[in-house]
Ligand binder design. Structure first.
Ligand code: ADP
Length: 284
């Protein structure tokens, strides 16, 4: 178990939240936030009361993904009121520290001129608020988008609140997979059960002919039941005794949906969209 530092408050449950599911990746850019938001929307679609908490300090992407912005208001208990879209409640560092967000019109990142020590304090305060002072109302599941990596922020969050389970997002690439295994080790040390791994960008589905290409293949572990899809992640899951939760294809539409703030699970109905959506629903 992880040694508790002196003087820290007892680890608590987030008020009015039944289960906290953390979505993590050892590296940035593997699609952690995309999977987290689509997972949360999949739960919401099934009538499960769901929220998403974006704890990514330096690259909060939930506001963009859910097409939400603006400062959250405080309720009578001085708790932050989540912003809601597509039936999903959300709270994000991006709402509290607006200077870290890109300008949605120009795509430019404004220069943050806040002195570094102030910034540190602001981040600490904002993180505390995010973890302890959000009025989620009754929620069945809170999906927590963790910052990438296995560093201090992840440890701090785990020391302050109870995480019921973790989902690890990886790509089939060798390096990403090795990092994912490191992430697994972190959760083991923190005594957080790992619910399973998601293999994002598993294959490229050609929009014209439907042919599936394994972009990130590293040519190992061919198996008659692997349906031509990379098996490195499957083998790793087996070795670690972790569930494999599913494949998400590398698909330009998934990226486009994310960019315009209407994630795949809630994007317009069409035959192709329903297939894409199903990949996320299967993981949920
Ligand atoms: P992370 O949270 O791991 O940094 P993001 O979820 O922000 O990663 O995704 C990084 C980029 O990759 C985004 O532009 C996103 O739209 C894109 N992306 C993520 N998953 C897919 C996918 N399955 N197919 C196509 N693009 C994807």
């Amino acid at each position: 178990s992880f040694p508790r530092r002196r003087g820290l408050p007892e680890k608590r449950r987030i008020r009015d939240v039944k289960k906290v599911v953390a979505v993590s990746s050892a590296k940035g850019g593997v699609g952690k936030s995309t999977v987290a938001v689509n997972l949360a929307l999949s739960f919401a679609r099934r009538g499960i009361k769901t929220g998403i908490l974006d704890t990514d300090i330096f690259g909060p992407s939930i506001p963009t993904l859910l097409n939400l912005s603006g400062e959250p208001r405080l309720d009578e208990h001085n708790c932050l009121v989540p912003l809601t879209n597509y039936g999903l409640k959300s709270m994000s560092m991006g709402y509290l520290l607006p200077q870290t967000q890109t300008d949605s019109a120009t795509g430019e990142v404004p220069m943050d001129t806040t002195p570094i020590t102030w910034r540190g304090l602001m981040v600490t305060k904002a993180m505390h608020q995010l973890l302890h002072s959000v009025s989620w109302g009754p929620l069945d599941v809170l999906v927590m988008d963790l910052p990438p990596g296995t560093g201090d922020v992840q440890l701090t969050i785990n020391q302050e609140i109870i995480i019921d389970g973790a989902v690890i997002v990886t790509t089939p690439q060798d390096i990403a997979l090795r990092d994912a295994v490191r992430g697994f080790g972190m959760f083991e040390r923190m005594n957080v059960p790992v619910l399973g791994m998601v293999r994002n960008m598993a294959y490229f589905a050609c929009p014209n002919c439907g042919h599936q290409t394994r972009i990130f293949s590293h040519g190992e572990d061919h198996h008659p039941h692997s349906h031509g899809v990379d098996r490195g992640v499957l083998a790793e899951c087996k070795r670690l005794g972790v569930d494999f939760l599913g494949d998400i294809p590398l698909d330009a539409q998934v990226c486009e949906d994310a960019d315009r703030g209407k994630p795949t699970v809630v994007a317009e109905e069409s035959a192709e969209q329903s297939a894409r959506r199903q990949a996320f629903l299967d993981v949920a």
